[in-house]
Ligand binder design. Sequence first.
Ligand SMILES: C[S@@+](CC[C@H](N)C(=O)[O-])C[C@H]1O[C@@H](n2cnc3c(N)ncnc32)[C@H](O)[C@@H]1O
Length: 251
Amino acid sequence: MTKELEIWWNEVSKGYQEDSDLHTKSALYGPFCPDEDKLKLLGNLKGKKILEVGCGGAQCSIAFAKKGAICTGLDISKNQLDYAEKIVKKNKVKVKLIKKDIQTLSGIKSNSFDIVFSAYALLYVPNLKKCFKEINRVLKTGGIFVFSHDSPFFLTLDAKTKKIVRSYLRTGKQEEIDFGPDGSKHKFVFYNRKLSEIYNSLVETGFFVKKILEPYYPKQKAWSRKSWREIYPPEFVKLMPPTIIFKAVKI
Ligand SMILES: C[S@@+](CC[C@H](N)C(=O)[O-])C[C@H]1O[C@@H](n2cnc3c(N)ncnc32)[C@H](O)[C@@H]1O
């Protein structure tokens, strides 16, 4: 199942990186969402060991490393990691990059990270509980797990027609045909989940949920090109923010 995702992310990586304009000054949580410098969910990062799962181009890990964190970025896509390697070098920071599936963090020591972070990557994970269990295992007790996710409410809507086109209740694997920023056609696989499923999966795998945020922030340069504006029309996201963030702690 994850093989399809690996192929898809390898195919779209170039277009995604070219079109998204992701900076490395502060970790970006997602479209129309304030960044970490504004939200301050992670606290002082100096000397903190951070694992970023589904790191893509590792822009967030680079931002953390610039603030003194010791970072590891993990992703399933070779093309995303190749891009990450290039920009890590360009930014003259250290980020250890690993090609791995988020669901099995084998080889990563238990109780070894202060923070696990993820931005917009868990939508693609078939088994969320398996993934949360592994994240819980590698975190130190009291360690923080912060991740952003496509809002399950936003996912039901079609941005063009502003109508509900996907059932909130039809959870599990979804397959759609999608077009990359360059117009190329790809099979897009993701996993629909209700908000309750995400919350309950955290609680059932040993986390205490400290906060759920659904912010709206219009002044953002990333994801502002035409192709993204079609997915996130500014007049529409004003009414329904596309990003949801969870802050949880390992108990
Ligand atoms: C929307 S991108 C987000 C990347 C980055 N966090 C950002 O904000 O640009 C989702 C990333 O998750 C990765 N991914 C998806 N499923 C994964 C899995 N099972 N294990 C590891 N990485 C995965 C993809 O390869 C892709 O780089």
